[in-house]
Design a protein around this ligand. Structure first.
Ligand SMILES: Nc1ncnc2c1ncn2[C@@H]1O[C@H](COP(=O)(O)OP(=O)(O)OP(=O)(O)O)[C@@H](O)[C@H]1O
Length: 299
C-alpha cells in the first residue's frame, strides 16, 4: 500500500528527513513511532500528498506522490495531528459537508460507529477532545478510502478516549482497511499494531512485525509469584537446577533468570514436584518502551 525509499525532506538548510524507508502492507495496522520532532508528521504529510520531498521514492496506493497534481487523487483518508472543524457546524453537518452532500446513509453509519449518533445535532465547537478525534476519524472515512493515515490519533486523549480510538482503529482493520498511524504512546502500538516502524532524528531505526520485535527481545527471565512463601532450602535447590542462571527473591515474587526458554519445563516440574502453588508464572518481555529508550539513547 505504501513504499518509501530514501525519503528526504529539507526545511531551508535543515534535513527533517534524512533517509526514510517504509513498507506498509495491505490490510495491516502500522504503528509509526518516534520522539517529538523526529519526523513523523513530515513523513505523513508527504505520504498524504500535502508536502513534497527533497528526494526519494514514495508510492502510496499505487501512485507516485512526488508526481501528484492534487492530493485528492490519492484516495486516502487523512487525519491531521490537530483536526480542525467549523465550530458552528453540528457533527452531522460536518460529515455531510465533507462528503459533498452525497452519501447520507454512510454519514449515519459513521456517526453510529464513532459513537456520535446521540451528539449528531450538537455543535462541534462544544465537543471534547476525544469526540473531535472520533469525528476526525469518521471524517477520514467519509469517502470510503482503503488506506487511512492518522497522525497521533490517540496521543492527546485520556485512557478512555485512547481506548475508544484504538477500538476504531481495530474496527477499520476488520473492515479490510490499511491503517498507518503515528504515536509516541508505545502501549497503544503494543495493543493494536501488526508492524512497527521507528524514526529518530529523521532516520528509520527499524521496521519490523510487532510479534518478531517482541520475540527477538524476549529475555529469558521468568517472574514467578508463589501463593505462599517458599522455604529457603527449596529456593536454593531451584537455583541449582540445570539451566537456571540466577534466582532473586523480592516481596513475594521470584525472578528466575534462565539460559533459554526451554528451561521453563524443568522449572515448572520443580514447582509441581515441590507442591508449590503459584499465582502467576510469566516470561518477561521487553516492553517497547525499553527498546524505544534504548534505541534513542544509544544512538
Ligand atoms: N515547516 C517547517 N519548517 C521548519 N522546520 C520544520 C517544519 N516542520 C517541521 N520542522 C522540523 O522538522 C523536524 C521534524 O518535525 P515533525 O513535525 O515531522 O516531527 P514529529 O515526529 O511529527 O514531532 P511531534 O511528535 O512533535 O509532532 C522538527 O525538528 C521540526 O522542528
Amino acid at each position: 500500500m505504501i513504499t518509501v525509499k530514501g525519503l528526504q525532506k529539507k526545511f531551508k538548510n535543515f534535513y527533517a528527513l534524512k533517509n526514510v524507508d517504509m513498507h506498509v502492507k495491505k490490510g495491516e495496522i502500522y504503528g509509526f513511532i518516534g520522539p517529538n520532532g523526529s519526523g513523523k508528521t513530515s513523513t505523513m504529510n508527504i505520504l498524504a500528498g500535502l508536502s513534497r520531498p527533497a528526494q526519494g521514492e514514495c508510492t502510496v496506493n499505487g501512485l507516485d506522490v512526488t508526481k501528484l497534481t492534487h492530493p485528492g487523487d490519492l484516495k486516502i483518508g487523512y487525519l491531521p495531528e490537530d483536526p480542525k472543524f467549523y465550530p458552528w457546524m453540528t457533527a452531522h453537518e460536518t460529515l455531510d459537508y465533507l462528503s459533498g452532500g452525497r452519501n447520507t446513509g454512510h454519514t449515519g453509519e459513521i456517526l453510529r460507529w464513532t459513537g456520535l449518533l446521540d451528539a449528531r445535532n450538537r455543535r462541534v465547537g462544544g465537543f471534547s477532545r476525544g469526540m473531535k478525534q472520533r469525528l476526525g476519524i469518521g471524517a477520514a472515512l467519509i469517502r470510503n478510502p482503503e488506506l487511512l493515515i492518522l497522525d497521533e490519533p490517540s496521543s492527546a486523549l485520556d485512557p478512555e478516549g485512547r481506548s475508544e480510538v484504538l477500538r476504531l482503529i481495530k474496527d477499520l482493520k476488520g473492515m479490510g482497511k490499511t491503517i498507518l498511524f503515528s504515536t509516541h504512546i508505545l502501549d497503544d502500538v503494543e495493543r493494536v499494531c501488526d508492524t512497527v516502524g521507528m524514526i529518530d532524528a529523521g532516520q528509520m531505526m527499524f521496521e519490523k512485525p510487532l510479534r518478531q520485535l517482541q520475540k527477538e527481545n524476549t529475555q529469558p527471565i521468568f517472574d514467578i509469584i508463589p501463593a505462599h512463601s517458599v522455604e529457603s532450602n527449596i529456593l536454593n535447590a531451584l537455583e541449582r537446577l540445570t539451566g537456571v542462571v540466577s534466582l532473586t527473591k523480592s516481596e513475594g515474587s521470584l525472578t528466575v533468570k534462565v539460559a533459554d526458554n526451554t528451561v521453563s519445563v524443568s522449572v515448572m516440574r520443580f514447582l509441581t514436584d515441590h507442591e508449590i502453588v503459584i499465582e502467576s508464572f510469566s516470561l518477561r518481555k521487553t516492553r517497547l518502551e525499553d527498546l524505544f529508550l534504548h534505541g534513542v539513547n544509544t544512538k
